[in-house]
Design a protein around this ligand. Sequence first.
Ligand SMILES: [Zn+2]
Length: 261
Amino acid sequence: MIRIGMIGGSGFDDPDFLTDVRIVKKGTPFGALSHDLVIGRVGDIEVVLMLRHGRGHRIRPSAVNYRANIWAMKDLGVTHIIATTACGSLREEIFPGHLVFPDQFIDFTRTRKSTFHEGDQVVHIGMGDPFCARLRDLLIQTAARLDIAHHPTGTVVTIEGPRFSTRAESRMFRILGADVINMSTVPEVVLAREAGICYAAAAMSTDYDAWHHSEEPVTWDVIAATMAKNVDHVKKIFFETVRAIDYEECSCRTAVDAAIV
Ligand SMILES: [Zn+2]
C-alpha cells in the first residue's frame, strides 16, 4: 500500500493543505521525534507530515533526531517521502525563489548519526543515486505543469551548521560541483534509503550564499522572507505530486538487502 510522508522544513507549521488532521504521539528506539506526527489527507490519500525542526523551528539542524523521524515514518508504513528544505544558491542561474530537485548530495556534516545499523551488523549501502528517480520525475513534471521556476537536477551540499559558510567555503563548494547548500538533506536521505523509503526533495533557494559578492552576508531574516513567498509553490507541487504517485515497487525498497555484509 502506498503511504506518503512529507517532511517540512521551515514554513510548513500550518498544514492547511491537509484535511481530517489528527495528531499521533510516537516513541521510537532512537529517541524522541521532532514533534508529534500530524496525519491527514490530501483527497483520499493519507499523508504523514513531520516538521523537521519541530513546531516554531526550535530544533537546530545538528540536533534533529533524523533516525527517530525516519524510523517513525517507516513504522507507520510510509513508502514515499517528499522533503522540503530551504537552501542557499551556489549558482548565478538558481535565483532566490527557484526550486531545485536535487539528484546528488555532498556530505559535509560532521556530528550526525547517519545509519540505523550501529551494532554487529555492518551495512554499506549503495548511494550512487541517493534520491528516488521516479519520485523526482513526478516532482519535476508537476513543477513544469504548474509553470513554477525550477531546476530538474542539482547537487546539494549539506553542512553541519548552525553557522552559515565563509566566503572561502562557499567558493570551495562551487568548485566541488555543488549547486545549492543546506543543513538538512544528509543524513535524512541516507536513512530513508536504509529504511527502504523512496525519498525526493524540493529545495527552495532563498538567497545567494556567501560566494556572491553582490550579496550582503546571508541572514535568517532574508531567508525567512523569501521562503514565506515560496512555501505556497511547494505546497502546490506537493498537493499535486501526492496524487500522481502511482508506483509501489521501486529499487529503493530493497537497497538495504544487498548492503548487509
Ligand atoms: Zn524509489
